[in-house]
Design a protein around this ligand. Structure first.
Ligand code: NAI
Ligand code: OOG
Length: 336
């Protein structure tokens, strides 16, 4: 029995975590869920978006399934998502984007895995006002050799393990010569340890265009935090949207699984959120635990429902169903 911290989160979080835990139960996954709170709703209730008990539970059990957490825009408390990644040094944010059956998209056969450095870069929100009138702001990007080596090595190790042919490193070293220049330099060094894997680098603006024009050319991608954030949403758009892309945050001794998407306030409480993204994150969690057979059984049920019961699927992927009808269809296949 695995003890796993479950944080439902904000917005659509409760709807999709209920769905995912029901599906994992139906598949016979042997999990004891330790339910904890975090996020905006928790902040409104308690004045603290990350209660000490939640932090301690992750510290003790080292593994969590987390729904999306809302972060206020422009002011207010800082991202708890980012804080958790930093606190547990979850340096690898792994975000696969793979074409799925029976989902309309201009693209076929996309199958890429994006590795996003998860603890530093421009994303850490190290900002300050330069003047008293708050009309001049500065933001600091942090890139270190140690963190860059870790994420780039993780990307190459993944490519080696899963027989992937190419790693593309994405940077902006023409402009950000020190920070992303360092990242690129380390990429070139690390690539020498993997002579059987093709290594290429692209500047991020070109990369964005290439991903839209010909995404099938990409295999494993590795990049800094903010670029990875943006390009992984783009990658989701290539395969059916944010409702279908899972993700893993992995460190040396802890891991947190969450979807690529956020709390989707525009559809929260309407029963139409697609739980597939969080479900795919949970499958990455099962694989992390070496529970490959259970993960495969669930993935196969998802593919069958998309292929043969499209009417039960959520509207974002062209279905006429709800979170509930989709969840029930998957559970039925798993139980039968
Ligand atoms: N890791 C996390 O917990 C993340 C949290 N956020 C937070 O979420 C909040 C909302 O951010 P947004 O920019 O609106 O991005 P979002 O990812 O929540 O939503 C973007 C669009 O995708 C749709 N969408 C997202 N997930 C979906 C799903 N499972 N099924 C169907 N449609 C889905 C939404 O309805 C919306 O139209 C913000 O406070 C942001 O900071 C954003 C990204 C990641
Ligand atoms: O923390 C937030 O609210 C936004 C974080 C966004 C992000 O890092 C992601 O897409 O995973």
């Amino acid at each position: 029995m695995y003890n796993i911290v479950k944080i439902p989160g904000d917005g659509i979080g409760t709807e999709i975590t209920e769905s995912v835990t029901a599906i994992l139960d139906a598949a016979g996954a042997d999990i004891n869920w330790i339910e904890c709170e975090a996020g905006e709703a928790t902040y409104k209730k308690t004045g603290n978006p990350l209660p000490e008990e939640t932090f301690e539970a992750i510290e003790e059990h080292r593994i969590a399934l987390k729904g999306p957490l809302t972060t206020p825009v422009g002011a207010g408390f800082r991202s708890i998502n980012v804080a958790l990644r930093q606190k547990f040094d979850l340096y690898s944010n792994i975000r696969p984007a793979k074409s799925l059956p029976n989902i309309e998209s201009p693209y076929r056969a996309v199958d890429l895995v994006l590795f996003r450095e998860n603890t530093q870069g421009l994303y850490i929100g190290k900002e300050h006002w330069v003047d008293e009138n708050e009309e001049h702001a500065e933001s600091i990007a942090v890139v270190t050799r140690q963190a860059s080596e870790k994420i780039i090595t993780a990307a190459f190790e993944y490519a080696k393990r899963y027989n992937r042919k190419k790693v593309t490193l994405v940077h902006k070293a023409n402009i950000l010569k020190l920070t992303t220049g360092l990242f690129l330099k380390i990429g070139k060094e690390v690539s020498k340890n993997y002579p059987d894997i093709i290594f290429e680098d692209l500047i991020v603006d070109n990369m964005a265009m290439q991903m839209v024009l010909n995404p099938q050319q990409f295999d494993v991608i590795v990049t800094t935090n903010l670029f990875g954030d943006i390009l992984s949403d783009l990658a989701s758009g290539l395969v059916g949207g944010l409702g279908v892309t899972g993700a893993a945050n992995i460190g040396d001794d802890a891991a947190m699984f969450e979807a690529v998407h956020g709390s989707a306030p525009d559809i929260a409480g309407q029963g139409k959120a697609n739980p597939t993204a969080l479900l795919f994150s949970a499958l990455m969690m099962l694989e992390y635990l070496d529970e490959y057979r259970t993960a495969e059984k669930i993935r196969s049920a998802v593919y069958t429902v998309l292929q043969d019961h499209k009417e039960k699927c959520t509207p974002d992927v062209g279905g006429r169903g709800t979170t509930k009808s989709y969840t029930e269809a998957i559970c039925k296949l798993l139980i039968d």
